[in-house]
Design a protein around this ligand. Sequence first.
Ligand SMILES: Nc1ncnc2c1ncn2[C@@H]1O[C@H](COP(=O)(O)OP(=O)(O)OP(=O)(O)O)[C@@H](O)[C@H]1O
Ligand SMILES: [Zn+2]
Length: 650
Amino acid sequence: MAPLPKDSPPPPAPRLPSNRETDDEPKKSSFPASWVILILILTIGFVWMWQASPSNQGKRVDYIFVWRQAEEGKIAKVTYHGELLTGTWKNEKGTVDPEDPDKIIPANFNTILPLKQDDDLLRLLREKGVKISAEPQDPGLGMTLLLWLSGPLLILGVFYYMMRRNTDAMGGGGMMGNFIRSPAKKFKASEQMTTFADVAAMEQAKGELAEIVEFLKSPQKFQKLGAQIPKGVLLMGPPGTGKTLLARATAGEAGVPFYSINGSEFIQMFVGVGASRVRDLFRNAKENSPCILFIDEIDAVGRVRGAGLGGGHDEREQTLNQILSEMDGFNQTEAVIVIAATNRPDVLDPALLRPGRFDRHISVDRSNKTGREAILKVHCRKVPLADDVDLAAIASSTIGFSGAELKNLVNEAALGAARDGRDKVTKGDFDLARDRVLMGAKREEVLSPHEREMTAYHEAGHALLAWFQPELDPVHKVTIIPRGRALGVTQLLPNEERYNIGEKRIHAQLVFMLGGRAAEKLVFDEYSAGAEDDLKRATQLTRRMVSHWGMSEVIGPVAFRSGEEHPFLGKEMSEPREHSEATAHLIDQEVQRILVEAANKARQMLVDHREALDKLSMELVKAEALDYDQMVGIIGEPIPRTEHTLVSNA
Ligand SMILES: Nc1ncnc2c1ncn2[C@@H]1O[C@H](COP(=O)(O)OP(=O)(O)OP(=O)(O)O)[C@@H](O)[C@H]1O
Ligand SMILES: [Zn+2]
């Protein structure tokens, strides 16, 4: 077992066992002197404010009475405060109350103005030569209170912050218990509907989790034999591949509660809250064992400690240390399995992956064709499909789609059918949905004729360079209908799964990517800003060729670490570059050289096929979208493909 990290906080002190997610019984708390002072300040402030308020100046009298007194010339001066009027009688001793002649209304009065007669009264007062002034409206009770509260609340906030700094190690709690209580959402076993049947494909992952299901079903059986059951399981894989689903299904299969929290929820405004949330979360889980505790996006807290940036990360590290020590602290009787998910296993602190922590690793990847078909089937269970829908064919045309994207596809298709008022989802719905998922929603935008032509040439440039480079996948569709962020899209159709990319194909890919702007320059003698995305992606690809894949003779077979975006601080690099300035310069030069070469080749190929380019662009302006067959009709058969590779749109 790994030693405790040296700066991990002391173990939590025993606390009242009331901190459950389900029964929120109020906690006992001492009433510190600071609270008394605070309440005192508030009360005094409020009373003062209340007295200072214009509605408390003088006696409240009837509006009609004020009117009559004005007519009789008994008013000395008035002040308007919005709908409230305050004033003084001429007679300093006050004026006689008409309803009760024995009473005197003292010198100051106030009244509420009925909106309509307001102007009449003003005129009357002017006629009688009453001194009139106006003051800002009485902010009203609510506003007054708020103003008054904001100051003390601020003080309280600072106060609390400092308090947390000092007392965190003692277990937090107190009046602020709710605040630091972990926000883990609990799903009770009975409400738990997800099971492995809801998880399509991923047989291997399910198999590995089956053991955990067995353990959670009857922990005693395993504990009796002293068998080592993993405490932590790490699910690794790209977004949307069903990690959360899998974790939830594991709980469902075992029939145990499922607690889930997102790693980023640990990182809070206040110092120490993260660590104390972790404590709460684990205690809660232990009290309800057997159960599953799921931490999504654990990389938010679980990054390598001390990675760059110096001091600012104490909070995150403290949280991480707390997770580590909690996991070490499980004892034999506590059947809590912690499942964590990440799509960046490479950045995790090695301490998390040590034996006794997240030592079981399950990788969850995008599915192959069979898997995608199975996922589609799961999501089509409740969707009425027309006879022409062939899920196997849809699966073949959705290479690289994650489970979440497939779910989205089915949903978009169903929405499409519903919009048209049909009661069955057709193949056409799926085709449209696929375009939508791949290329974004159509935008209702009107391009000027020139913009249309330029976009058409841009896309035709892309399409032709795919057409005439056999290394690339066949063209599926080219459109100049604005979608998502793009004005047009050229979509290639990979018809074979890809696991690796060869160098030649990448060069062809670069030529294809740069084809759009090459066509613009060739035809209009200028570049448009629409090629930004193409350039960005081409540059990224080239940079990886040079600095990660060893595809540059000049740089040689070296993979460099090249800093990456920091999840919290945006653009800042979390890891320093590993190579010298000179090497960086060399890499830049190589990237540039490769891109320039690709751009030149793109231009040359378009010059060679200028006739086809013009034809295709003209047709595209007319039709807005062309598919493979239509393109064959316009420019003839493409060069036969060699091997098929990249999934790409440009
Ligand atoms: N294998 C699958 N079978 C059925 N549905 C799936 C599968 N994979 C993903 N899905 C669907 O995709 C949705 C999103 O998946 P989930 O949230 O589990 O992904 P994730 O890997 O946790 O993503 P993230 O990394 O973004 O949190 C799920 O609600 C589920 O409906
Ligand atoms: Zn482009």
